[in-house]
Design a protein around this ligand. Structure first.
Ligand code: F6R
Length: 350
């Protein structure tokens, strides 16, 4: 049951630090086919696709692999040309029809397949050559929260398995030990997120911006907002702002900007100024180090989470923040949080 929590989603968000605590520093077994693969294809739908997208950054940056990202619901219909390699399919339920189809297509074309699933003994588990369990525990809320975090963690651990630089690896491991506590600290500041949600609840649309790994996190935040509160959330790469989305900015369209202190920070800050100059209401999500640099910038509000030891860990903190903002926005609106309208937990039709 959901115990003291008013929704399964709330309970599942609160379980995330424990998942990182339990699984973060456990070694993950991976098949030799994956260890040896130079080219890896990541595939999934919805939130699983965004987690896979984060995994692409990890595998490229940490493990120097060539990574192709594919949306399962588009992939097999294209009849794409496929060479040998390894496919990792990411799916919470293990039942998503499009993801299963994509795996079958890859196997027919000679690829070795790995299923990264949360539900054991699922259809995808039975189809693939090798199964990696995300071990988030049963996820009841239709909107994925803890499964996303567990997927991202598994993808990070795979990348750490494959990486050469042991100094950097130790740094990430050290950060992973600290991460659960830093995630907990976000819950201590939940009243600020409730206030932000109160601002967002009356808007007709909300823009989410991020660069680097914060880009797929922004897309995930936009999806969470849309499915839970029915307020259209649109995520963009912050660098795309001038290529169109800036036209959406006015005094009534809130813009949520992920601005962690990473290699993109200064570029993201200039995007914040661009939005502010058009009277856009900016809500910044950043860490301590970023907040220091943002003093005096004319934004609506800044939510600050603890600075992680290394950039790879920002998404765990920023996605939790965005999940909570979407949750409280939906709560203020009185939406059906655990079962958003028109949606099902497992999409077993194409
Ligand atoms: C969003 C959400 C969906 C799923 C998608 C894939 O909150 O839950 O976008 O992520 O339907 O489902 P799985 O992971 O079961 O393949």
């Amino acid at each position: 049951g959901r115990g003291e929590f008013s929704h399964y989603m709330l309970k599942e968000m609160y379980e995330q630090p424990d998942i990182v605590l339990k699984e973060g520093t456990q070694t993950l077994d991976i098949p030799k086919e994956l260890s040896k693969a130079l080219h890896i294809t990541l595939i999934g739908c919805g939130s699983a696709f965004y987690a896979a997208w984060g995994g692409k950054y990890y595998l490229e940056q940490l493990a120097n692999r060539i990574v192709t990202l594919e949306l399962a619901s588009e992939f097999h219909y294209r009849n794409p040309v496929v060479q040998d390699g390894v496919t990792i399919a990411v799916s919470q339920s293990g039942e998503t029809a499009d993801t299963l189809k994509a795996i079958q297509y890859m196997e027919q074309h000679g690829q070795y397949t790995v299923g990264m699933v949360n539900v054991p003994h699922s259809s995808i588990s039975r189809q693939v050559h090798y199964e990696i369990l995300t071990k988030a525990g049963p996820e009841i809320g239709v909107a994925s929260t803890k499964a996303f975090t567990a997927q991202l963690l598994c993808l990070l651990k795979i990348s750490m398995n494959l990486m050469q630089d042991s100094v950097r690896k130790q740094k990430i491991l050290k950060g992973l030990k600290q991460l659960p506590l830093d995630m907990q600290k976000i819950f201590f500041k939940v009243s600020q997120l409730q206030d932000i949600a109160q601002h967002l609840v009356h808007s007709k649309g909300i823009i989410f911006l991020g660069r680097g790994m914060s880009y797929p996190v922004a897309l995930e935040g936009a999806l969470k907002m849309s499915e839970l509160s029915y307020i259209p959330g649109q995520g963009f790469a912050a660098g795309e702002l001038k290529h169109g989305p800036l036209a959406l900015v006015d005094a009534c369209t809130p813009v949520v900007v992920l601005a962690p202190m990473d290699q993109f920070f200064e570029k993201t800050v200039s995007n914040i100024y661009e939005v502010c100059a058009r009277e856009g209401k900016v809500f910044v999500i950043t860490d301590n180090a970023g907040a220091e640099q943002l003093a005096g910038v004319p934004v609506q509000d800044i939510f600050v989470y603890p600075s992680p030891t290394t950039w790879e860990l920002h998404p765990f903190l920023s996605v939790l923040t965005l999940q909570l903002i979407a949750y409280y926005t939906a709560l203020h609106k009185g939406c059906s949080i655990d079962q958003p309208r028109n949606l099902a937990k497992a999409v077993t039709v194409e």
